[in-house]
Design a protein around this ligand. Structure first.
Ligand SMILES: Cc1ncc(COP(=O)(O)O)c(C=O)c1O
Length: 492
């Protein structure tokens, strides 16, 4: 349905700017109102006396302008013009783009964000949790969730997901364990889980959601790494379809939007007050959201729901399966496959090569083969089969792995005694907020053993905590603290 001309009229500021007719868009399933509005903005420059001061690229270093391209600078604007709309409150083309995203993701309300999924988690915590309230959280959560706990003062009740010792990563969260925790702690008021894990391991969100409903406790799913799921039947079901109340998507991670752009969805049957969440976002979010980032979210939504986008996702899945099959036939290479009958995200490929730590394998791939992978951990590396990858690229990677597996690359001795993926169970002494705002001192790492941590130690990626404010520091943490010489601890 072609609705742009009528709608565009509403976006044009009555007196300030008048636009050319916008007619260069496809009226099929790739309608992208914000993309269209931005094109009109670009094609109809007016004399500007406003932020940003570079004024469509006129006031920047030449080499920067030629590096990023004048078009990018031309489009670097914020939500202060009626023709584009505003983010908070949602209006104009931005509002229409958010509503289209909400339709596609089947949510009650979808918010576009320019502060990554970090801002979504902070706002959810700010809006929905209170000081001392008990919140059940999977320990493999991203540090933004626990920053949210510091902001709100809530009392996280950590649930340890299964550890895959062989791979040195976290696996799924067990719904039975959650049930047990809720039975023993009837005062838990919210459950917050991360799904999938960074490495693609999927928890049974339908079962987790059933447990939450049984106990009448709402569920937030940080699905930062699962934003493609809504667009494919082969990938796992999104938590939006499994009964979660709010779902966070880092569209910029795998959905093709620009870095820092994310979406927060309040699901159709959510018990959350949308206005509370919106209010928290309004307080925490930048008041100058980049229109370029917001537009990239509109473009990503339109692309992923178009036929061409769907075939890009199919390609990503096919490439992943192609790579998985061939890589698992290379002597010395192991590929992490589905661990249960819960659907697996095949596009996230965690592999290891015998005799090499993940970090060492990463550096060999980078230095000797000019291949950059997503991340490396103690045992293996994470490769993403993206909508932007080709099978030829996977062939390059397969060739490199064959060479590496048949050579005698030594592992790095200096990595001995250093660990990257924190799988330690926390010993909690007080809430993160209590500790964060207590009197602290900085001590040598070795002297910190037995003291109460006063800072967040959660290196990215994957941003999973080694230690949080309020947790007892033990010998077991030392291997994860190689980057630290001193640590903030509570004054005795
Ligand atoms: C599970 C999870 N949630 C949230 C975030 C934060 O996302 P962003 O980098 O978009 O702020 C990350 C980042 O890696 C993540 O892995």
């Amino acid at each position: 349905m072609c609705i742009i001309n009528m709608k565009m009229k509403n976006y044009v500021h009555k007196n300030l700017i008048s636009f050319k007719q916008v007619d260069e868009f496809d009226c099929s399933n790739v309608y992208a109102p914000l993309v269209n509005a931005m094109r009109a903005y670009k094609d109809n420059p007016c004399t500007g006396f406003h932020i940003p001061g570079h004024n469509r690229g006129q006031g920047v270093l030449d080499s920067f302008s030629s590096l990023v391209g004048i078009d990018a600078l031309n489009l670097d604007t914020t939500d202060e013009f009626d023709n584009l709309g505003t983010l908070f409150p949602s209006s104009g083309a931005i509002d229409e783009a958010q509503k289209l995203a909400s339709q596609v993701f089947n949510s009650k309300r979808t918010f576009f964000l320019t502060g990554g999924s970090t801002i979504a988690n902070l706002a959810l915590a700010f809006a929905l949790t209170r000081p001392s309230e008990k919140i059940a959280i999977g320990r493999n959560c991203h540090r933004s969730v626990l920053s949210g706990m510091i902001i709100s003062g809530a009392n996280p009740q950590w649930i340890m997901p299964k550890k895959l010792d062989d791979w040195a990563i976290y696996g799924a969260l067990n719904p039975v364990e959650l049930q047990d925790r809720l039975e023993k702690n009837p005062d838990i008021s919210l459950v917050w889980v991360t799904n999938p894990t960074y490495e693609g391991v999927v928890s049974d969100i339908e079962a987790i959601s059933r447990v939450c409903h049984e106990f009448d406790v709402p569920l937030i799913v940080d699905e930062a790494h699962g934003c493609l799921w809504n667009f494919s039947d082969v990938l796992p079901k999104s938590a939006l379809e499994c009964g979660a109340d709010a779902v966070v998507h880092s569209l910029h991670k795998t959905g093709g939007s620009m870095t820092q752009s994310s979406m927060l969805h309040i699901s159709k049957n959510s018990c959350f007050d949308v206005h509370k969440v919106e209010h928290a976002l309004k307080l925490l979010h930048t008041t100058s959201p980049s229109l370029l980032l917001l537009t990239s979210l509109d473009a990503a939504r339109a692309y992923l729901s178009s036929d061409i986008g769907k075939s890009a996702i199919e390609n990503a899945i096919d490439n992943a399966l192609y790579f998985r099959e061939r890589a698992s036939k290379i002597n010395g290479v192991r590929v992490l496959n589905a661990l249960s009958n819960v659907a697996f995200d095949v596009t996230k490929i965690f592999i290891k090569v015998e005799g090499l730590s993940g970090k060492r394998l990463e550096s060999i791939l980078e230095l000797d083969f000019s291949i950059e992978i997503e991340s490396a951990s103690d045992e293996g590396i994470l490769i993403l089969s993206n909508i932007g990858n080709t099978q030829q690229e996977f062939d390059v990677l397969l060739n490199a792995l064959e060479k590496i597996a048949s050579s005698n690359y030594p592992d790095l001795a200096y990595l001995e005694g250093i660990k990257f993926m924190p799988l330690t169970a926390p010993k909690v002494v007080m809430t993160p907020r209590e500790a964060y705002f207590s009197k602290k001192e900085r001590v040598k790492k070795e002297d910190a053993i037995g003291r109460i941590c006063a800072e967040v130690i959660a290196l990215c990626p994957p941003g999973i905590s080694v230690l949080l404010p309020g947790e007892l520091i033990g010998e077991e943490h030392l291997p994860y603290l190689s980057d630290f010489s001193e640590i903030d601890v509570l004054v005795k």
